[in-house]
Design a protein around this ligand. Structure first.
Ligand SMILES: Cc1cc2nc3c(=O)[nH]c(=O)nc-3n(C[C@H](O)[C@H](O)[C@H](O)COP(=O)(O)OP(=O)(O)OC[C@H]3O[C@@H](n4cnc5c(N)ncnc54)[C@H](O)[C@@H]3O)c2cc1C
Length: 458
């Protein structure tokens, strides 16, 4: 159980760190501890027939296992420094983009070839947005789609398992710093490693918080984004999604000056639930395979909240709001935009009566009883602003699902090598608070792997 490098977490950050290490130095002994299952054993029991809502599995197959939180995602790899994380603040803008392009090439070589790369460069939509107080952020986006994303992960695993020891169902419990390096304890087994990369993502947030406390690694509180997922007929957004696939649009509200933004756009996609540590929220995805397309497009509208004094636990704030929606709706809640504006609860007959057929079975309810007024006002303002560039967004039948939350881990204090105050202990990906996307998390894995390779060769 002695390794040159032990990686904790087999999400995109851990996978790309392992890939870069294994590919560049065949003599390295690399181990990966993953609390979830191998890819083929990751099955969410919700089948829409016998099991319609979350049953709180011991490890959530959507969030944990080989591929991490991104395994069943839409596989949108955004190549940009404008959103998805702040990796560029540590490693420089050019290097961050170069690493994201490198990750993109590996994905293409491993089954992603033929997928489309969309870009905002030279788009007229930017002007149209600006004319309506909306700001379109610059990015290139590779859309692998849920199905191809899965194939890429299968291929990466087929390669990696020849060179790397994977331990599934093995949550890292403790990390100790010893004279020989690091000891990582999982289920009574002690793994020793010269270097350790922690890449535990969002689902490992509570664990990493404990590690930082014990090892006295400083952390900073982070923001949380709260809002709803919008679902409407795909035609309404087709001029945006056909050209850009995903558009990140930001709006400043007139009432409070808050920023509201679109997030995770899924043309012809489906709305899904997500369970993080027992908290049921809403998300969305879509398939590259046209036969799996729906009639609808969905995207989130989110408002950022960051607390400092005297209360600084942004995550707890959002969790309590989600708990309220889970209590009232038994999970995710859905409301028609028209009902929200008229101040009335949506009911099953009113949802069934609408022209937009929901792709998720959620409980009809009243989002104004859940979301704080300031956030809801911002979302409503933005829906009317979007209606100017995509008429129909503010239709009565537009569906709003709540609550959508984007939790961010607290930021772990590292140097520019993403190394903590312990020589050889790195923290990467979403678990570090530095990244919050597939491309940034993957790029951080490659970056740290190269740093380790360099120190070994010196
Ligand atoms: C439904 C959904 C859709 C998404 N769609 C997109 C998208 O289209 N584009 C995009 O850019 N981003 C998307 N994201 C976000 C993206 O998935 C994450 O940003 C990305 O996966 C982060 O990678 P990571 O490796 O840092 O962490 P993760 O992917 O979260 O992986 C961390 C891994 O560590 C494991 N782990 C946690 N704690 C421990 C422990 N103590 N011991 C051992 N293992 C542990 C977990 O089981 C997990 O497998 C989506 C997320 C979800 C949930």
């Amino acid at each position: 159980m002695k390794y040159d490098v032990m990686i904790i977490g087999a999400g995109p950050g851990g996978i790309f760190a392992a890939y870069e290490l294994a590919k560049s130095n065949r003599n390295l002994k690399i181990g990966v501890l993953e609390q979830g299952n191998p890819l083929e054993k990751r099955k969410c029991p919700i089948d829409g027939v016998k099991v319609t809502s979350c049953v709180n599995c011991p490890t959530c197959s959507i969030m944990n296992g080989f591929g991490g939180a991104g395994a069943f995602s839409d596989g949108k790899y955004n190549i940009t420094n404008q959103f998805g994380g702040t990796l560029h603040e540590f490693i420089g803008k050019e290097q961050a983009l170069e690493l994201m392009r490198y990750v993109d090439r590996i994905n293409l070589e491993n089954g992603g070839e033929g997928t489309k790369l969309y870009t905002t460069a030279n788009s007229d939509l930017k002007k149209k947005c600006l004319q309506n107080k909306l700001h379109l952020l610059d990015a290139s986006v590779r859309h692998l789609g849920t199905d191809k994303n899965y194939v890429v992960l299968e291929n990466l695993y087929a390669y990696l398992k020849q060179h790397v020891d994977f331990y599934f169902g093995s949550p890292a419990e403790e990390i100790e710093k010893t004279n020989e390096g690091f000891v990582i304890v999982s289920k009574g087994v002690r793994y020793t490693a010269d270097r350790c990369i922690i890449s535990v993502g969002r689902s490992g947030s509570k664990w990493i918080e404990g590690v930082c406390k014990k090892l006295e690694i400083p952390t900073l509180s982070n923001r949380v984004d709260l809002g709803v997922r919008v679902e409407l007929p795909a035609e309404i957004f087709s001029h945006l999604t056909d050209e850009l696939y995903e558009s990140k649009i930001v709006y400043r509200t007139e009432k409070y000056g808050d920023l509201v933004r679109t997030f995770c756009m899924n043309p012809h996609g489906a709305v899904v639930t997500e369970n993080t540590n027992g908290i049921v929220t809403v998300n969305g995805h879509s398939y590259e395979d046209k036969s799996k397309h729906t009639e609808n497009t969905n995207f989130a509208l989110l408002v950022s909240k960051h607390f400092s004094e005297p209360f600084n636990d942004s995550t707890a704030y959002a969790e309590n709001i989600v708990k309220l929606s889970n209590m009232l709706g038994g999970g995710v809640m859905v409301q028609k935009f028209g009902d929200l504006i008229r101040g009335q609860r949506s009911t099953p007959p009113r949802i069934a009566d609408g022209f937009v057929v929901p792709t998720l079975k959620a409980t009809p309810g009243d989002l104004s009883l859940v979301l704080p007024k300031r956030i809801l006002d911002g979302i409503i303002e933005m829906i009317y602003a979007l209606d100017k560039i995509a008429p129909g967004t503010a239709n009565d039948d537009t569906l709003l699902y709540g609550v959508e939350v984007k939790f961010y881990n607290m930021t772990v204090k590292t140097d520019n090598r993403l190394m903590t105050r312990y020589d050889g202990l790195y923290v990467i990906g979403d678990g570090s608070g530095v990244t919050h996307s597939l491309s940034h998390a993957s790029a951080s894995g490659v970056y740290v792997a190269r740093d380790i390779l360099k120190t070994i060769s010196e």
